[in-house]
Write a protein that binds this ligand. Structure first.
Ligand code: ATP
Length: 233
């Protein structure tokens, strides 16, 4: 579904990505792991057209994404839940949900506000509240809902549970598990390795702008060297 080959990216003269190679199959949950500053967000931003790659290829369902504007990439079926949520602060919960609603791919059972509220009943009681008045957990639920309202085939979450209390984190992992059961592919960045190992089919570790390790949860659990060298656990 998504294929990234020899991806390179720079910020000015400083190179952030050297050699990112990974692929995600339809229906798969994949992770990008790695310490801070290793290039996970830059990889995601390169897929979404927020950062312009300086080398390599990114293809989604056979279409090259390099050089396309972000809105076109979104219309092709990739939904982003960005780091820091970036909820529209002066729109209500309801308005945040409908602001980006679309079904460009003509999916049979599109996401609707009702479906999002059934998954996150916490939001149902806050429909008229402004985005900036929500708690961090409510904002993250709304950010996930907003991305789903674009009816993507691939959902990308950057720092899915950053700064959230354990109970709220649990709600987010449950929701992602439900979402994966609808057949959506998911690429997730997060620091909670235990939760990610339960949820994901495949992991990719990024170290100084390169994917240095890829494999299943079982393979990662068994690879003490990878865990300690790349993830410090
Ligand atoms: P984190 O978990 O801290 O977000 P990350 O793995 O997502 O880390 P990136 O944010 O992709 O890493 O950063 C990769 C490298 O690019 C780092 O060295 C970082 O300092 C640098 N970098 C990121 N954004 C910018 C920017 N806007 N301008 C200049 N350098 C940047």
């Amino acid at each position: 579904m998504l294929s990234i080959k020899q991806l390179r990216a720079h910020y000015g003269t400083s190179q952030a990505l050297f050699d990112i190679n990974l692929s995600i199959e339809a229906g798969q949950v994949a992770t990008l792991l790695g310490r801070n500053g290793m290039g996970k967000t830059t990889t995601i931003h390169s897929v979404m057209g927020i950062v312009k790659p300086t080398g390599g290829t990114v293809t989604f369902e056979g279409v090259s994404l390099v050089g396309l504007p972000s809105f076109k990439i979104a219309n092709l079926g990739i939904g982003l839940v960005p780091e820091g949520r970036q909820i529209f602060p002066n729109l209500t919960v309801r308005e945040n949900l409908v602001a980006t609603a679309s079904n460009h791919l003509g999916l049979d059972q599109p996401w609707s506000s009702e479906r999002i509220l059934a998954m996150f009943p916490e939001l149902a009681t806050r429909l008229s509240s402004m985005g900036n008045l929500l708690s961090g957990g409510e904002q993250q639920m709304l950010a996930i809902g907003r991305a789903l309202m674009t009816n993507p085939r691939l959902l990308i979450l950057d720092e899915a549970t950053e700064g959230l209390a354990p109970l709220v984190r649990k709600r987010i992992w449950e929701a992602l598990d439900n979402i994966r059961q609808t057949g959506l592919s998911i690429l997730v960045v997060d620091k909670n390795l235990k939760d990610l190992m339960r949820l994901a089919d495949k992991h990719h570790i990024v170290q100084r702008g390169e994917v240095v390790w890829s494999g299943s949860s079982a393979a990662l659990a068994a690879d003490r060297d990878a865990l300690s060298n790349y993830l410090g656990v």
